[in-house]
Design a protein around this ligand. Structure first.
Ligand code: EPU
Length: 425
């Protein structure tokens, strides 16, 4: 397995292009299972998680062809209704095939994902929602089985907004008989992007992006072409990199509308943020001011940016309280950041971060995707060399991260895990 070596201290400057959003691409690719036809997707990021969902879709019998960032999927001949443990364990979002398969093939069998590094992450609301639509749900041998000769629209109320749960239910309800209303739905831009695609396929969905989504079931859907929206978390990560290193980065092919919480917080820290239609330019300011952060469902501050912001606060001037309200165990990066000299104290779901003058490079271990990104950011400002092991997490969600940061002037490179650390990263 590869590692990333970074020699910190370079101010990052220049331009970077944002890739398609992983978390928009995953449900949109899964939506191709809803109807037999030829789909074409553009701006699909080259990531391990995308490989996993495509592997799953072809495991169902679809023909998948990938050329750079274009993916075509022919879903006319599906012959499998099972998402096996081997694929689901690599990527929890595999559960996104559940809704489309039950809606189209009347049956699905999906391995339960189990716990993961950032928390328990159950899928009870996906299952309860599907049973509200009339599916019979059973749990056996570690698999969820859902069966329904016909799905029927109903009212669904989520206890907490669930992103993939909302997506799964929207896809299933698109082909149900009658009307489904999802209340306390997740409002993330990825949900609006999926609804837009489903509506072009012939679905009748309104309210996506708001807490109440109404889905009037239709008899028939058809295949379409779709373009993946820009990745707002990748964008936020490069924005933090500019603020952190005191450089100026112009981030192109971004969607500033999706980044309001991050733009606002970064400005509070003293960074200069200039917004144009499809680009954001961030210039770091000194000193970095401490701000408090509380992660919340969209449009609040995203949990997927919590670890990256924590790095910024680690070298800020003062004290910052970071509260994680979405996942119960999303502070694993703290132990690694402490090894790099950060002063952070965790108490329950709050982290108290006291800014220090300098972080210092160290060998660290990536534990989940966003934690890994935070370690890269920390490495960029740390004194000396940081070696990030287990970078497969990064490859799940950041396209060409070492090339993108390298292009901005970072001293960063990928090496085989067992290569000896050296001074020229
Ligand atoms: N939850 C339940 N039961 C359920 C579903 C969710 O209790 O049936 C809980 C979760 O445990 C969590 C909260 O509800 O405490 C919200 O979880 P949600 O279902 O919204 O998360 P998700 O759909 O599994 C997506 C993203 C995550 C992102 C979260 C929160 C995708 C593929 N994944 O996960 O992205 O952190 O929403 O915004 O869209 C990442 O990209 O690194 C990542 C983890």
């Amino acid at each position: 397995m590869d590692a990333i070596l970074i020699k910190g201290g370079n101010r990052l400057n220049g331009e970077v292009r944002i890739s398609g959003a992983k978390n928009a691409a995953l449900p949109m690719l899964a939506a191709s299972l809803l109807v037999g036809g030829k789909f074409c997707f553009e701006n699909v990021p080259e990531l391990k998680d995308i490989e996993s969902i495509l592997q799953l879709i072809s495991y169902m019998g679809a023909e998948v062809e990938r050329r750079d960032r274009s993916v075509s999927i022919d879903t006319r001949d599906l012959n499998n209704i099972e998402a096996p443990y081997e694929i689901v364990r690599k990527m929890r979002a595999s559960v996104l095939v559940l809704g489309p398969l039950v809606a189209r093939l009347k049956r699905a069998r999906v391995s339960l994902p189990g716990g993961c590094a950032i928390g328990a992450r159950p899928i009870n609301m996906h299952m309860d929602g599907l049973s509200r639509l009339g599916a019979k749900i059973t749990l056996e041998h570690g698999y969820v089985e859902a069966e329904a000769s016909e799905l029927t629209g109903n009212e669904i109320f989520f206890d907490v907004p669930t992103v993939t749960g909302t997506e799964n239910l929207m896809m299933a309800a698109a082909l149900a008989k009658g009307t489904t209303v999802i209340r306390n739905a997740a409002k993330e831009p990825e949900i609006a992007a999926l609804a837009e695609m489903l509506n072009r396929m012939g679905a009748d969905i309104s309210g996506a992006g708001s807490p109440v989504i109404t889905i009037k079931g239709v008899d028939k859907l058809s295949s379409v072409s779709a373009r993946i929206i820009p990745d707002r978390i990748e964008t936020g990560t490069y924005m933090v990199a500019a603020a952190l290193t005191g450089g100026t980065i112009r981030i192109n092919e971004a969607e500033p509308e999706h980044l309001k919480a991050i733009i606002s917080k970064l400005r509070e820290t003293g960074a200069k943020v200039d917004v144009e239609t499809n680009s954001i330019t961030v210039t770091g300011g000194q000193p970095i001011r401490s701000v408090d952060i509380k992660t919340l469902p969209y449009p609040g501050f995203p949990t997927d940016m919590q670890a990256q912001f924590m790095v910024l606060m680690s070298v800020a001037n003062g004290l910052s309280i970071i509260s994680e309200t979405i996942f119960e165990n999303r502070f694993i990066h703290v132990l690694e950041l402490q090894r790099m000299g950060a002063e952070i104290e965790v108490s329950g779901n709050n982290a108290m971060v006291r800014g220090v003058e300098k972080l210092s490079g160290a060998p660290v271990m990536a534990s989940d995707l966003r934690a890994s990104a935070s370690l890269v950011l920390a490495g960029l400002v740390a004194e000396g060399t940081t070696r990030i092991n287990r970078v497969y997490h990064l490859d799940r969600g950041y396209e060409s991260i070492e090339h993108k940061f390298g292009g901005l002037g970072a001293n960063i490179r990928r090496v085989p895990e067992n290569a000896a650390p050296d001074s020229t990263a």
